[in-house]
Design a protein around this ligand. Sequence first.
Ligand code: GLU
Length: 566
Amino acid sequence: MTSLANIDQATPAEIGAVTGMLELHEVDRLFPADLPEPGQWEQRYPPRDLPAEAQVTRLAPSPTGFIHLGGIYTAMIDLSVARETGGRYFVRIEDTDQSREVAGAYEQFDRAFGYFRVVPDEGVGAGGDYGPYRQSERATIYLSYAREMLRSGKAYLCFATADQLTEIRTRQQQLKRPTGYYGEWALWRDADDEAVREQLEKGTPYVVRFRSPGRTEKRATFTDAIRGELSMEDNYNDVVILKSSAGVQLPTYHFAHAVDDHLMRCNLVIRGEEWLSSTALHLQLFEALGFEPPTYAHIALLMKQIPGGKRKLSKRKDPEADVDFYIRSGYPAEAVLYYLRGLANGRLAEIALPEAIAAPISLAECGGAGPLVDLVKLEDISADHIATLSGPQIYGALAVWAGEFDTELHAVIEAHPDQTLAALAVERDGVDNPRKDLRKWSDFREAYGFFFAKLFTPVTADDPRLGGLPPELVRSFAGDFVATYQDLDDSVQWFQQIRDLAAKFGFAANAKEYKKNPEAYPGSIREASQLIRVGLTGSTKSPDLFQIARTLGRDEVIRRISTLTA
Ligand code: GLU
C-alpha cells in the first residue's frame, strides 16, 4: 500500500518505520505541479569551480534587529578563511520568520559590512551565481526537497494542534521525560494513511516533520574545526522542516540551513556556539537529503565582564553589542578590527596593527572559551592607532564621520581646514609621543572644539572652572592681560607675560612658596595660568597654552580673555 520513491536509498529500518505513508501521487498533489525536481536545482547550482582546499564560508544573519558585534567578528573570520584558501564568502539573509523582521535591518547590514570592510563576495547587493541570497526568495527550492523527503518517507505530515503539543509537553514534564516530538509521543509519525487522508480532505492545516532516525540513547560525533572531536546526544526529535501549510510554505532554519548550504556550496559553516547543540540534527538532515555535510566551526560567543563573573554580550543589555554603536561613536574600523582579531587569535594582539589586520585568522587558534569585550582596552587600542595617524589623515576620517553624525562640527571643520590642521598639529606634529586624546571621532569636539570660535562658549569671571578665584580679581587680571598682550612667537617670552601679570596681582611665583603661606596669596603662578587656560579653552586641562594661543591667533585670544572682564 505504501510506496517509497527512493527505496534503494532507504535503510531497512527506515522502511520498517514507515507505516502511514501516502501514495506518491498523493504527496505530489500537495505541491505545485511544476515544482522542479531536486536534480534541477543540483544542475542550476553546480559545485564551485575552486581549488580543492578552497573554503566557501558564509554569514547567515536574520533581519530581526541590529547586527551584533559578534556578527562582524564572525564575518571577519569567514572572510579571512575564504581569502586565505582561495574560496568565497557570501551573505545569506535568513528571513523565513517574517513576523520578526525589523525595519531598517538590511540597511544596517550593508552599513556595518561596509564600515568594517567585510563586504561579501556574493550576497543580495553583490549578486552571485548561487542566489537568490534571501531565503524568502528561495521558497520553491525548499519545497522541492521537502516533497522529496515526503516521497521517501523521511518526512511526514503532522496535523497536531498547538493544544496537543502543549499537552504532550506537560505530560512529558510530569513524567520527567525529555520534552519534544519523538517516538511514541509523535502523534503523526506512524499514523495510518487513512487518518492522514481524512485530515487532508478536511483541509486541516499541517506542518512537515523530519522523521528523525535518532534514538534517545544514541550519540552523535563530529569534528569541529575549532573544538576538535565532539560527541553529543544524538537528535531524536522529529523537528518541523516546513512550517504551516497555509499561505507561502517556508522552511525552518534547520531545513533551510541544510538545503541552502548544500546548494550554495558552502563547505565550512562558521557560526555561533549557540548552534552547537543543533549540529546532531543538522548532520541527520544532510544525511537524509543525501548531501555531504559541511565542516562546522562553532565560534565562542563574545562575553562581557560583570561584577562576579561574565555573561554573553547581550543585544538587549549592552549598547556596545550593537555594531552601530561603534560607527556612531566613530571608532576607526581598523582599531575595532585589530581588537577583534586579537580576541580571535591572541597572537595577533602581539603584533602591530597593519600586520595583524593583514594576517590570516586561524580557526584552530580561536578557542572554545568566549573572549571578553573590554571597551576600555578597545579605546586604548584606538587611541594608540589614532596617534599613529597624521593630521591630514585624522582630518579626512573625522570629516567623513562628522558628515554623517555631527553636521555642525562637519560644517566648522570644512569651513576651517587650516585651523583644523593647526589644532591637530598641537603636540602631534614632529613629537615622539603624540597626544592620545582621541579614542574615537566623537571625542574631537571635547578635545579640540575650543579651537573653533563657533564651538566655543565664552567663559565669564564667575565660572566655577576658575577654581574659586574672586571674580573681581579675574576681571582685573583679564583686563590687564587684554591691554598688554603680545602675540610673541618665543614660548618662554610668551609665558613671561603671564608671569609678570601674576606677580603684579600678588600670585606666588611657584606652588611651593604658595603652599608655605597660602593666606598671603590668591594662588600661585599655576592658578594664574589656569585663569588664562580656562579663559582660552573652557577647560582646566589642555595641551600647551602657548601653542594654543598661537593657533587661536591674537584676535581670538583677546576676544576670549575679554569676556572674563565682564
Ligand atoms: N540565522 C541564523 C542566526 O542568525 C544563522 C545561524 C548560522 O550561521 O547558521 O543566528
